[in-house]
Design a binder for this molecule. Sequence first.
Ligand SMILES: Cc1cc2nc3c(=O)[nH]c(=O)nc-3n(C[C@H](O)[C@H](O)[C@H](O)COP(=O)(O)OP(=O)(O)OC[C@H]3O[C@@H](n4cnc5c(N)ncnc54)[C@H](O)[C@@H]3O)c2cc1C
Length: 146
Amino acid sequence: MNTVRPPEGARTAAGGGGVPRPATAVIGAGWAGIAAAVAAQQADDAVTLFEAARRPGGRARALPATLPDGREILLDNGQHILIGAYADTLALMRTVGVDPATALLRQPLSLRHADGGGLALPPWPAPLDLLAGIATARGWDWRDKL
Ligand SMILES: Cc1cc2nc3c(=O)[nH]c(=O)nc-3n(C[C@H](O)[C@H](O)[C@H](O)COP(=O)(O)OP(=O)(O)OC[C@H]3O[C@@H](n4cnc5c(N)ncnc54)[C@H](O)[C@@H]3O)c2cc1C
C-alpha cells in the first residue's frame, strides 16, 4: 500500500500546540480520491491518501510499455475526451497548477461512428454549435433531434 503524506514540517493531525487539524484518510488515488484529498487539504485537514496500486492516477494513470520494436512508450490511459462541461475536473486541474488551455487540445465535439453517422459540432459558440450539430446529425430521425 502506498501513502502520500503531508509535507515534512506541516502541522499534523495532533496539532503543534494550537487547534488540532482534522485527520482525513482518503482511499484511492484516482480522479475522485485526488479531488477529495485536494479539497480536504484546502480545508486544512491533515490528509493521508492511500493507494493500492504502485502509482497514482487510477484508471486515468499512464503506464509504461514496450513496443514490439523495443521502443519504450508511455500509454496514456487518461481522459481522451474531456468535454467543457466537466467544470469541476477543469477547476481541479487549475487548482493543482495544470492549465487546461495549454495541457489540452481543444476541438469541437465529434462523436462520429465508423459509418459516418452520429454527432459532430461545428466550431461555433454555444448553443449554436449544439443546435447545428443536432440539426445535421446523420442517422438521427426528426424525433431523435427533437
Ligand atoms: C482506457 C480508458 C479510457 C478512458 N477514457 C475516458 C475519457 O476519454 N473521458 C472520460 O471522461 N473518462 C474516460 N475514462 C474513464 C475515467 O478514466 C474514469 O471514470 C476515472 O478515471 C475514474 O476515476 P475514479 O477516481 O472514480 O476511479 P479509479 O480511477 O478507478 O480510481 C480508484 C483508485 O482507488 C484505488 N483503490 C481501490 N480500492 C482500494 C483500496 N481498498 N485501497 C487503496 N486503494 C484502492 C485503485 O487502485 C484506483 O487507483 C477512461 C477509462 C479508461 C480505462
